[in-house]
Write a protein that binds this ligand. Structure first.
Ligand SMILES: [Zn+2]
Length: 105
């Protein structure tokens, strides 16, 4: 199943998010799950993406392996909820948009 990121997150990546994300990783360089170096800033469960996307109370650092596990779990969870949530919101690494291309996790 391809990630439909543009639909899940209509505004896509923004400069504001890049700044928030970079600052967060500087202050919280370790994965909250396993302690490895974090490269992903994840939003905690219950985060309202329209109003709390930049709220530090809902951010957490993760490494890529842990983040993949989490998003996979979210996908399963979403399916189990009979599609109440029609899409899974995924925040991928946004360091270099030009390198992302069609990279598909
Ligand atoms: Zn980890």
């Amino acid at each position: 199943m391809p990630w439909r990121k543009s639909e899940a997150w209509p505004n896509g990546s923004t400069n504001r998010w890049r700044k928030v994300r970079a600052a967060w990783l500087t202050e919280h360089p370790q994965c909250e799950t396993c302690g490895a170096q974090a490269t992903v800033v994840d939003h905690k469960d219950g985060c309202d993406y329209t109003t709390q996307r930049y709220d530090r109370a809902y951010l957490r650092s993760m490494c890529e392996p842990c983040h993949r596990e989490r998003t996979a779990a979210q996908a399963l969870d979403a399916m189990s909820r009979k599609r109440q949530a029609s899409s899974v919101i995924i925040e991928v690494d946004e360091r270099r948009p030009d390198e992302r291309g069609s990279r598909d996790w």
